[in-house]
Design a protein around this ligand. Structure first.
Ligand SMILES: Nc1ncnc2c1ncn2[C@@H]1O[C@H](COP(=O)(O)OP(=O)(O)OP(=O)(O)O)[C@@H](O)[C@H]1O
Ligand SMILES: [Mg+2]
Length: 300
């Protein structure tokens, strides 16, 4: 289970006059995601979705609040008062502040993150990309042998339908194939949680639907395991959010916070044209429409 408790993220930015000013990217977001669920984060640009996802992953520390995964804290919040800063420095005096990642209690390979753009390394072939993730996971402990890694990498590539192109470089693959490769790499480390930041935004509509179905298939296979896979995905696409999720979390900007949580209590597989799906989509569209109307009222 993922628990986000009152997450707030504050950035200091320099404005056009050269003055420092504060920006609250995420304000007081609490969210519990049970095992085996697919949850999407939906909302307009700049409402803190990526920031929140990175905090879930332990890639950024929250300014306030905490993330717990299976009850264990992912990363502690950065100090905000002078007293906290002193205590923080004392505690971590042997560790570079840049190495914030080491402050987590939880091993990071349990969480795999897929970014939108630079999800794979262009200078490595498909199989080298997957192998690299396995190597990283092995670092510092007794892990798989080279042969075992190769075998596992091949298995993961085959799982996402890339068995035939293992020796190609990302530039030789289509956009959809590159996203599959990113997925294979994420799956290779057998994560407990997959976090995806607009993973299918750059592919055409048909490829996107195929990728969504593949993702659901892989997720369904992982539901038999002792701790079933959780997927948290950021998307701009309402149809995608409703089709995939058990719950759609709608964010609103200024400052980024949860506007609504919309459960999708429909059995899978879901026909894409299911009227019940459409009804939920319409509800979400009307939420956005309502916000736009409010804005235009204010601006008059
Ligand atoms: N490192 C940073 N320093 C300063 N401000 C930041 C930083 N990262 C994000 N922000 C600001 O925080 C806000 C939320 O950004 P974030 O990237 O989380 O939005 P988003 O919802 O993912 O948007 P999009 O849908 O466009 O990807 C934005 O106003 C952004 O400018
Ligand atoms: Mg983003």
């Amino acid at each position: 289970m993922i628990e986000a408790r009152s997450i707030t993220k504050f950035f200091s930015v320099v404005n056009e006059k050269g003055l420092a000013e504060g920006l609250t990217a995420v304000l007081n977001v609490s969210l519990t995601i049970p095992d085996g669920k697919i949850v999407t984060l939906l909302g307009p640009s700049g409402c803190g979705k990526s920031t929140f996802l990175e905090i879930l992953a332990g890639l950024q520390a929250p300014t306030d609040g905490e993330i717990r995964i299976d009850g264990r804290r992912v990363l502690e919040p950065l100090p905000s008062t002078r007293k906290e800063t002193e205590a923080y420095k004392r505690r971590y005096r042997f560790i570079s502040p840049l190495a914030n990642g080491v402050f987590r209690d939880h091993p990071k390979h349990d969480i795999a993150m897929i970014f939108q753009d630079y999800a794979v390394f262009p200078w490595m072939t498909a199989i080298q990309n997957v192998n690299f993730a396995l190597k990283l996971r092995n670092a510092g402990r007794r892990g798989l042998s080279r042969a075992e890694r190769n075998e596992r990498a091949r298995f993961c590539l085959a799982q996402v339908g890339l068995g035939e192109v293992e020796n190609k470089y990302p530039s030789q693959l289509s956009g959809g194939m590159r996203q599959r490769l990113a997925l294979a790499r994420a799956l290779s480390v057998e994560p407990r949680i997959i976090l995806m930041d607009e993973p299918f935004a750059a592919v055409d509509a048909l490829t996107r639907e195929k990728l969504q179905d593949d993702l659901l298939k892989i997720w369904a296979e992982k539901q038999q395991e002792a701790v079933p896979l959780i997927i948290v995905m950021v998307t701009h696409d309402v149809a995608e959010a409703v089709y995939l999720s058990d719950e759609v979390v709608v964010f609103s900007p200024g400052p980024g916070s949860i506007r609504n949580r919309i459960p999708v209590p429909l059995k899978r597989p879901r026909p894409r044209t299911d009227p019940a799906l459409m009804e939920i989509q319409d509800r979400i569209f009307s939420l956005f429409q309502y916000d736009l109307n409010q804005e235009s009222e204010y601006s008059i």
